[in-house]
Write a protein that binds this ligand. Structure first.
Ligand code: 4AD
Ligand code: MG
Length: 436
């Protein structure tokens, strides 16, 4: 006889019913007359209770002998149980073992402590662990929140290409692809340049996809492959970028708090830190940020870029992010509009998260004048040929426009309170990590 198959997350709707759960053995506690297989199915974990006297002897022995991560379908009656994780238990009546993990070759990740390298080598299995599972669920919530924000604010999603002949964020972090015959082609660093084209067709757009940086820096904030959401708005300025960035972040944080309490608890995230993330964020010019950092003992000089320690120092007394704007044009990409009152400054902004999470958003206002843009390409040693179409955008209805990019992994790390960004993507790619 077969019973309805449910997901553990729906257990509340099936109290008193006999149902089946298809999953994997997460843990097993046992004594002579009773055993407690803890089963996970991806949506949650269910404590199952198998009593020797209540089920066939053979079934009891099978369950008792199960190895960690063996695949099984358990059937039984759901009962509310306050003391159980998740609030429900299943009284086992039947079980099918779909695949038993061999005793002589057991699941490599045990409840004992493992080193990070070992865990990263077993990432394909590590993602089943509670913590990793919680982080990836929060990542999903973040992505959904971002999409919902832009979709409900008049932005059209337009995907941008991954192979691209033009550098966007400087030539030092470009991945060259050796395949195309006529032209040098790279993996995209950012969809921004293409957004600048699509935005003139749709007014407000965003792209959301993988981006690549040949980052030689081996820090806890850098991946070589990461996901970025990039909104772009026509007839918009630096101020619009700040406002949308702030609003979007508040929206997504609220979503995470609303829907991912369980996961935040698993991660032991101090949620008062997330609850504090409310508008208005702090706002500060680059000039003032440098002064503040110097007064706090940083060695930074005007003209320098902030390092991780500077970003951490800058926000040490803040409970919410800071929007730092008007950086020296010298240290910013070619496409920034310069401040008309102080041409040495780029109309760019970085959003720096508190608690040491650093820059999660970079953006600003783009050059809208054709001649200025041509000069800028020259100044940065970028070939006009690769940017022909990009220059066109300034010839045919060029207008002030602005946008930003937010890295999903950095944002997720901040939400989760994880120390290293590598845990916020299923299969991280870093300088020394391309497997699994
Ligand atoms: O500041 P970035 O380089 O800006 C751009 O790419 C712009 N074209 C975006 C735009 O205006 N449309 O990158 C934006 C964000 C950073 O703030 C950070 O969150 C993330 O992308 N990021 C990285 N995340 C992980 N690993 C890396 N190596 C990253 N580099 C940037
Ligand atoms: Mg940046």
């Amino acid at each position: 006889m077969s019973y309805p198959r449910i997901r553990i997350s729906d257990a509340a709707k099936h109290v008193g019913e006999t149902v089946s759960i298809a999953g994997w053995l997460y843990n097993l506690r046992k004594s002579g007359k009773i055993c407690f297989p803890l089963v996970r199915d991806g949506s949650g974990t269910m404590q199952c209770v198998a009593v020797k006297s209540a089920i066939p002897e053979e079934l009891f022995e099978t369950l008792k002998g199960l190895t960690q991560e063996s695949a099984l379908i358990v059937t039984g009656k759901i009962r509310a149980e306050e003391r159980a994780a998740g609030g429900y238990e299943m009284d086992v009546e039947a079980a099918d073992v779909v695949q038993k993990v061999p005793e002589e070759d057991p699941y490599p990740i045990t409840p004992k402590e493992h080193g990070v390298d070992f865990l990263m080598d077993h990432r394909h299995l590590w993602i089943r662990s509670k913590r990793q599972h919680a982080i990836l669920r929060i990542r999903h919530e973040v992505i959904k929140g971002i999409r919902d924000y832009f979709d409900s604010h008049g932005f059209t999603l337009v995907d941008t290409p991954i192979f691209t002949p033009a550098a966007c964020e400087g030539t030092t972090t470009l991945f060259e692809v050796d395949y195309f015959e006529d032209e040098k082609v790279y993996l995209t660093q950012s969809g921004q340049l293409y957004n600048e084209a699509t935005v003139m067709a749709f007014g407000k757009v965003y792209c959301f996809g993988p981006t690549f940086r040949a980052e030689k820096s081996k820090t806890r904030r850098h991946l070589t492959e990461f996901w970025m959401v990039e909104p772009e708005m026509a007839y918009a300025t630096l101020d619009d970028v700040k406002q949308v960035a702030e609003e979007m972040i508040c929206f997504v944080v609220a979503r995470v708090l609303e829907n991912r309490q369980e996961e935040l608890k698993t991660l032991e995230r101090d949620i008062t830190k997330l609850e504090a993330i409310k508008a208005p964020f702090n706002r500060m010019s680059y000039d003032d940020a440098v002064k503040k950092l110097q007064s706090l003992g940083s060695e930074i000089q005007w003209g320098g870029d902030f390092g991780n320690t500077d970003e951490t120092l800058l926000t040490a007394d803040m409970d919410r992010p800071v929007l730092v704007d008007r950086y020296p044009a010298e240290i910013k990409a070619f496409y920034f509009e310069h401040d008309p009152d102080r041409p040495e400054l780029a109309l760019g902004v970085d959003l720096i998260a508190p608690e040491g999470y650093g820059e999660v958003i970079g953006g600003g206002q783009r050059v809208s004048d054709l001649e200025t843009l041509k000069k800028r390409l020259d100044d940065h040693g970028l070939p006009h040929e690769a940017f022909g179409w990009y220059l066109d955008l300034r010839k045919f209805g060029g207008v002030p426009h602005a946008g930003f990019g937010m890295g999903v992994e950095r944002f997720t790390a901040w939400m989760c309170g994880t120390e290293h960004i590598r845990e916020t993507i299923a299969f991280p790619r870093m300088l020394y990590r391309t497997r699994p």
